[in-house]
Design a protein around this ligand. Structure first.
Ligand code: ATP
Ligand code: MG
Length: 354
């Protein structure tokens, strides 16, 4: 997106998440996608500072450790920017303009879309197709962010001895990785509207795909850290104790009704709001055919069934392993428990092939 070399080398996908640095190397052959290497370097809470304005030094060192764990030798990488600081708008431009002319026009009107001086903005655009009401014009998707977020990611990678060849948007990476979920979709996703919700620790990334194409996306500041904090407060535990007990169990019987269900109700609300926003912006009454949940909170036992009951739409836990093979090396074989939290890293690694 913000940095995109046209001829793509083989890229290491690196997700700079709030709870861990996640790196994935993939390959693509006639047999499909394969995980060649992967490494996860868990991070203490807020180790990297704010997710957008990350601390370059400590992030760089954590990336270096994650890559070492993975065993990958790739030196070129794809990373992403996520969160509320990405502004996406659809603009309309004359259809006859070439890419350079579009770029020039957009540069002139950037200040209408983001309240920053032009030199502080990174942007990219993509022609989506002819405009419905005037076929001489085209709809162009414009994505803007603060240049500093892009620069910091590049600098952190440099410290780890890597080059950022692509700086993408997290939701786009999630969309790309969603190809691995098509086997679970009704009719394999063809002419179906499917929502993919990645519930992380601090950020929830949602994308809607219609007929294999990204139709809409949003990030929301919401995630499992809120559940951990509620467990701490409710049962007087430390952050680490609360985090462990939510994964391993052993909390009092009041946990399900009094702490977990209110949190899952929030997950439901985020999905519903997201779908409502999509309908409002697209004046579209297309019914949702399926919801797939992933990310750490997608692993809460029973969460898919709970969401399905509340929203009334078939819901499953995303399982990218159905469309992946694993390299015959011990680390890759331990990936099972992590795959659902690796969607963004996998989507970034898949930029090597698309
Ligand atoms: N089995 C589980 N049950 C409940 N919560 C879980 C489980 N496994 C992981 N989590 C929670 O999921 C969160 C981590 O998920 P994930 O790895 O997707 O986040 P992240 O990508 O690091 O964060 P973000 O995307 O917000 O930057 C943590 O809050 C963790 O406690
Ligand atoms: Mg995440």
């Amino acid at each position: 997106m913000f940095l995109n070399s046209r001829k793509l080398p083989h890229l290491l996908g690196i997700d700079l998440s709030s709870s861990a640095i996640k790196v994935v190397e993939m390959s693509l052959s006639n047999q499909g996608y394969k995980i060649e290497h992967y490494g996860v370097e868990p991070l203490p809470s807020n180790a990297l500072g704010d997710k957008l304005m990350l601390d370059v030094e400590s992030t760089g060192e954590a990336i270096r450790r994650a890559v070492k764990k993975s065993g990958s030798r790739l030196k070129k990488a794809a990373v992403a920017v996520g969160g509320a600081q990405i502004i996406t708008t659809t603009i309309v431009l004359p259809g006859e303009l070439d890419e350079q002319e579009m770029n020039d026009q957009i540069a002139l009107q950037l200040d209408q879309h983001i309240a920053l001086p032009q030199e502080e903005v990174s942007y990219d655009f993509e022609v989506r197709g002819p405009n419905k009401s005037d076929p001489t014009q085209v709809d162009v998707l414009l994505v803007t962010t603060r240049r500093e977020y892009v620069d910091k990611r590049q600098a952190a990678l440099e410290i780890a001895g890597l080059t950022a060849t692509i700086v993408d948007v997290e939701a786009h990476a999630l969309d790309l990785a969603s190809r691995l979920l098509e086997r679970q979709m009704p009719n394999q996703g063809t002419q179906k509207l499917v929502a993919i919700a990645d519930f992380g620790a601090t950020l929830t990334t949602l994308c809607l795909r219609y007929d294999h194409q990204l139709a809409y996306y949003r990030d929301q500041a919401f995630g499992g850290k809120l559940l951990t904090e509620e467990i701490m407060r409710y049962y007087g535990l430390s952050f680490e104790e609360a985090g462990l007990s939510k994964r391993r169990g052993g909390l009092p019987s009041s946990y399900q009704k009094e702490v977990l269900e209110p949190f899952m109700d929030e997950m439901v609300k985020h999905i519903k709001n997201f779908y409502r926003q999509y309908q409002e912006t697209n004046s579209n009454n297309q019914k949702l055919d399926q919801i797939q949940v992933c990310g750490g909170c997608g692993q809460i036992p029973g969460v898919a069934a709970y969401i399905e009951r509340q929203i009334g739409i078939p819901t499953v836990t995303a399982n990218p392993l159905l469309s992946l093979t694993l390299a015959n090396q011990p680390k890759a074989m331990h990936i099972e428990q992590d795959t659902s939290t690796l969607m963004i890293a996998m989507g970034l690694a898949m930029r090597s092939f698309s």
